[in-house]
Ligand binder design. Structure first.
Ligand code: FAD
Length: 637
């Protein structure tokens, strides 16, 4: 397959304006004639549905939660980046662009990242206008803090609840459109397939999660805003419901999946405490502004932290990366934590933890200032661990957190299926091999509030799309497939729970395709995944029926998709025989353990095409051109 990224010609800083001018518009009076389906109402989906509704399109928006307010976006804690340079500390669109390209280890498209940086300021204006209560300084200006991989303070925040506040803003805008009749919201409704007519995305098939009703929906364009697949590792910081089903099923229908192996492990999560844990909790990266990370210098040191004197502590990030210190990017900080724990210097009962210590910050700034900045995070930590982080350091360890990979999209966010657009964490677009903190919210809202409206307008305005009936055979066939899949899950009638298979898959992925990967482990994982999948289909037990609220059935479908998608991820990790960003192939590291990129052979986006269950997918490469930045060795020293 040929991939056309449709990056406009011309200077980097003029590409987006040029592209917008070149795009067709739809006359306001004609917009209501077009139906657009938006699947997902997290930050990306809610902002897109609200914006398209405001423009006058006939929008149907779907989510599987009982309210858009419960989308996983609500969990985002730390903040959202924007190049406003309020701090006058040297920030600019160019610097945000460069930090993001470098942070992604030079594996993302220049044009996309530059556009993101340009739009970033408008997002803040939009959200302030909606009433999002960003933190303010004494004088009234919006406050900023620093995040990893940057030496400027450009992160806008609302205590440790930035995602929630942004989502309330987007939900308000969405609700206005629901009230105006432009958006019809379908909660507790899960998309289980997309429908193609003449090769174009023309609808979806859904299952209502309470009644089990399976339904057909037609439209002129479909937007997927269905989030990331970090839960493939079972234990992750993601909401338990996050899954790959929508994007994976679109992949099975012909949408290419890009860079699936680029999965982010976040360095500051509360460590795993035992065998029966099903969820991990993030401690926001913002804490690294003031917290210092350390482990005892000696292995096997079981003293409580207060008894370990300064000279016996190793502030390893400050030691190894003096320029960025505790604000080194996530991939680098995660690997450094793993390294000290592998050396036997980890803390906590399982030895997989490092300290995040606020003692110095409290002495310098006072407890009240620290409480004002991070109070809710400290409370959350104390509730979960029973330890008071004002008095003793937090214990943290890396965990699966975010997925840079996603469905391949061109510059206009359209997938390889015509009329199927993908936004937010569900696409692969802007973060390369490693996302910098506070950049996911920025991207989701750039896509939803500012980019998708132009792209959809151009798509609908530049071709003739007759209405299609849901009685077409394409809809009937897709519905029949969905019904058969659901029934197949119910028919197995085995002995093991859905979760037990998910956990088994997660362990395979974490051990072989997690923070460190190698050829032997990945090859072994491919065999193990096929084996788990085989046993799943012989022995899974899904209780209850389709025609009722059935969480086991819901999860079974998602785990079945993870069990297929996991192979795509491993094939991608095998193909990328280099280390870059979060993808650390142990065969490729410098003598001091840093990732060793191979620009000569791997400066491409790997886009995978479905070839059948258990069959190696077909690889198509999109070569990345760097005309404005030099491909440098990434250093935070
Ligand atoms: C704990 C945590 C903290 C974070 N903090 C930050 C931060 O401070 N700053 C930052 O920039 N990023 C942060 N992130 C990342 C960021 O929160 C996410 O990347 C972002 O919110 C994803 O938004 P989204 O709209 O793409 O997807 P989501 O918010 O995951 O929304 C997905 C939507 O799709 C729907 N959906 C999914 N599948 C289907 C289906 N099959 N059918 C119907 N509906 C479906 C869901 O119901 C939901 O509405 C954090 C992530 C985590 C885990």
């Amino acid at each position: 397959m040929e991939l056309d990224s449709r990056i406009p010609d011309g200077p980097l800083d003029e590409k987006w304006e040029k592209s917008r001018f070149d795009m067709k518009l739809v006359n306001p009076a004609n917009r209501r004639k077009f139906t657009v389906i938006v699947v997902g109402s997290g930050l990306a989906g809610a902002s897109a549905a609200a914006t398209l509704g405001e423009l006058g399109y006939d929008v149907h928006c779907f989510c599987f939660q009982d309210s858009p307010r419960r989308a996983h976006s609500v969990a985002a804690q730390g903040g959202i980046n924007a190049a406003k340079n309020y701090q006058n500390d040297g920030d600019s669109v160019q610097r945000l662009f460069y930090d993001t390209i470098k942070g992604g280890d030079f594996r993302s498209r220049e044009a996309n990242v530059y556009r993101l940086s340009q739009i970033s300021s408008s997002i803040i204006d939009q959200c302030v206008a909606q009433g999002v209560p960003f933190a303010r300084e004494y004088g009234g200006l919006l406050d900023n803090r620093s995040f990893g991989g940057a030496q400027v303070s450009r992160t806008f925040y609302a205590r440790g609840q930035t995602g929630q506040q942004l989502l309330l803003g987007a939900y308000g805008a969405l609700s206005r459109q629901i009230g105006a009749g432009n958006v019809r919201m379908h909660t507790r409704t899960e998309m289980l397939d997309i429908v193609l007519v003449d090769g174009k995305a023309r609808g979806i098939i859904t299952r209502h999660l309470v009644s089990g009703r399976i339904a057909r929906w037609s439209a002129e364009a479909v937007v997927l805003a269905t989030g990331g697949y970090g839960n493939i590792f079972y234990l992750s910081t993601n909401a338990v419901g996050c899954n790959v089903t929508a994007t994976y099923r679109a992949y099975k229908k012909g949408a290419l999946f890009a860079n699936p192996c680029f999965t982010q492990i976040h360095p500051t999560c509360i460590p795993v405490a035992g065998e029966y844990q099903s969820k991990l909790t993030l401690m926001s990266e913002s804490l690294r502004n003031d917290g210092r990370i350390w482990v005892p210098k000696a292995g096997g040191d079981t003293r409580v932290p207060v008894d370990i004197p300064e000279e016996e502590r190793d502030y390893y990030l400050e030691r190894k990366y003096p320029a960025f210190g505790n604000l080194s990017p996530r991939d680098i900080s995660s690997r450094a934590a793993k390294e000290v724990c592998d050396e036997g210097r980890g803390v906590g009962s399982l030895g997989r933890g490092v300290y995040l210590d606020f003692k110095d910050a409290i002495e310098r700034l006072g407890r009240n200032t620290i409480a004002a900045r991070y109070g809710n995070l400290f409370d959350m930590y104390q509730k979960i661990t029973g330890e008071n982080p004002y008095e003793t350091p937090m214990r943290i360890y890396p965990a699966s957190h975010y997925t840079m990979g996603g469905l391949w999209v061109d510059y206009r966010l359209m997938s390889t299926i015509e009329g199927l657009f993908v936004i937010g964490e569900a696409n692969f677009s802007d973060h390369g091999a490693n996302r910098l903190g506070a950049s996911a919210l920025m991207q989701g809202l750039a896509d939803g509030y500012f980019i998708i409206s132009d792209s959809i307008g151009d798509y609908l305005g530049s071709r003739r799309l007759d209405k299609v009936s849901i009685d077409l055979p394409e809809f009937a066939d897709a519905e029949a497939e969905v019904r058969a899949d659901v029934q197949k899950l119910l028919d197995v009638d085995g002995t093991r729970s859905v979760d037990s298979f998910h956990k088994e898959l997660g362990q395979i992925m974490w051990e072989n395709c997690g923070m460190a990967r190698n050829q032997e482990g990945l090859t072994k994982a491919l065999g193990q995944i096929a084996d788990v999948r085989d046993r799943f289909w012989r022995d899974v037990r899904v209780t209850g029926a389709n025609e009722e609220f059935n969480v086991a059935l819901e999860r079974a479908g998602r785990v079945a998709d993870f069990l297929e998608f996991a192979e795509v991820l491993c094939y991608d990790a095998l193909d990328r025989d280099e280390s870059c960003g979060a993808h650390f192939r142990e065969e490729h590291q410098t003598p001091d353990g840093e990732a060793e990129r191979n620009d000569a052979d791997y400066t491409y986006v790997a886009a995978w095409e479905y070839a059948g269950v258990g069959v190696k997918p077909q690889l198509t490469k999109e070569n990345l051109e760097f005309e404005n930045v030099e491909l440098a060795t990434r250093s935070y020293k």
